[in-house]
Every structure is written in structure tokens, then in C-alpha cells.
Design a protein around this ligand. Structure first.
Ligand SMILES: [Zn+2]
Length: 234
């Protein structure tokens, strides 16, 4: 300390600046390895749009205990967003709260289609490389269960992406499933690569219970994020 005080003031200032720079470099190294800098600086990766299905007046399907699909879709989707952002991806959400994208207009039909169109428009405006739509399924057959990823059979990117996400989901779900071609409005958009994840069946009481647990939501979200990361290799 005494030696520093004996040094000329100009040289002392120089030492302080040097010390400050060393500290910044050290902190940058620590935080960038944890992904914090990447997520704070945002987004160098491709734009991925995550779409939690339904919301607002539209609850989607429901479980025996009244659990609404829209709530589970949002919980999983927000977790996917967090996983992807930590990895430096540029994530755009179609919704982050319990809202739909097309308010109910009395006497006017086609609210559902307007809502879907608004989600697609959002993805196009964002310049998304892909749109990942999150849903839960329902079946009369109470034994049906499992997460299935649907793709557009006329879009190879959609198919390959769906297969990778399915592979990752199969690591966390009780029984493996196969990605499948789907005929959904959101998938059939030209110039937009989309996949639709049916995270599980709310009609299957045990699976509905599983889907409600934050732990399973997190494991599914990590699996979906891993599938996306593997496809885009970042
Ligand atoms: Zn749905």
C-alpha cells in the first residue's frame, strides 16, 4: 500500500485503470461461461418464436380436475424461452400471459382463425427461423398418453426439427412416441417452418397430473429447447 502511495499520481492512476480492466476481464470470463453475458447482451442466435397455444377466452382442452390446457401450455413455453435465452437465442413469445391474440367480438365468427393468424403474423414479422407451438391433447380413449411432435410433411426442416425434439422428449417421458405429420393450420403455412408439440393428454388422469407438476414442465421444456438447439447447432 505504502509503495503505491509513494508512486507518482499519474502512474497510480494508470495502475488503477489497469486493475479495473483486469477485474472486468475476469468477471466477463466468469459470467460468459455461465451464459449470463450472452443472455444479457441478447441474441446472436436465430429468432425462435414460442407459441403457447390458446389463452384468454380460449382455455383449450381440460383435464378431469378442471386444469386448463392454456395454463400448462404457457408454463412449459415460458420455461422453453428461459432455456433458449440462457443459451443466447433470440426468443419471441406469441403471448406471456393469459391472453388470446384476437379478442372476442360479439356476433363475429372466426375468432379462433383470427387468433391463429395473429400468431403466424407475429412469427413472420419477427423473421423467425421456426415457430414452436405448444399444446396438450385430449382423447376419448382414456389410455392414450405421451408427448408427440407434429410437423408439416411438405417441409423437410419442419420434419427434421420435429424428429429431434421428439427424440429429446422421449428421454424424459415414460413411453417413447414418434413424431407425426399433422394437418394443423399453424403448420401449413408456406415460408414458415413450424412444429406443434402436443405435450401430453389431459384426458389421461395420470399424465394430466404429471403435466401440472413444475418438475415435469421443466424437463419437457429443457428437452424441447435441446431439440431446437441440436437442429440449429448452437
Ligand atoms: Zn390446443
Amino acid at each position: 500500500m505504502l509503495i503505491i502511495l509513494l508512486l507518482p499520481p499519474g502512474f497510480r492512476r494508470f495502475l488503477f485503470v489497469l486493475g479495473g480492466l483486469a477485474l472486468i476481464l475476469l468477471l466477463t470470463g466468469i459470467f460468459s461461461s455461465s451464459g449470463l453475458i450472452k443472455s444479457l447482451m441478447g441474441a446472436s442466435g436465430p429468432v425462435v418464436v414460442i407459441d403457447p397455444g390458446h389463452g384468454g377466452v380460449d382455455g383449450g382442452t381440460s383435464g378431469q380436475d378442471g386444469t386448463l390446457e392454456k395454463e400448462i401450455n404457457l408454463a412449459i413455453a415460458l420455461r422453453i424461452r428461459d432455456h433458449l435465452r440462457t443459451g443466447g437465442a433470440n426468443v419471441v413469445m406469441t403471448r406471456t400471459a393469459d391472453t388470446d391474440l384476437s379478442p372476442f367480438v360479439p356476433g363475429k365468427t372466426g375468432r379462433h382463425r383470427r387468433d391463429l393468424t395473429a400468431r403466424i403474423e407475429k412469427a413472420r414479422k419477427a423473421g423467425a427461423v421456426c415457430l414452436i407451438s405448444i399444446h396438450c391433447d385430449w382423447s376419448k380413449d382414456k389410455k392414450r398418453r405421451g408427448a408427440v411432435v407434429f410437423y408439416n410433411p411438405r417441409n423437410n426442416t419442419s420434419k427434421e426439427l420435429a424428429c429431434l425434439i421428439q427424440e429429446e422428449l422421449n428421454k424424459v417421458q415414460p413411453a417413447p412416441q414418434k413424431a407425426a405429420p399433422g394437418n394443423f393450420f399453424i403448420l401449413n403455412q408456406s415460408g414458415l417452418t413450424a412444429v406443434l408439440v402436443e405435450a401430453g393428454f389431459l384426458s389421461h388422469p395420470e399424465e394430466a397430473q404429471l403435466l401440472r407438476t413444475p418438475d415435469y414442465q421443466s424437463r419437457q421444456a429443457r428437452a424441447i429447447a435441446n431439440g431446437i438447439r441440436r437442429y440449429y447447432r448452437w
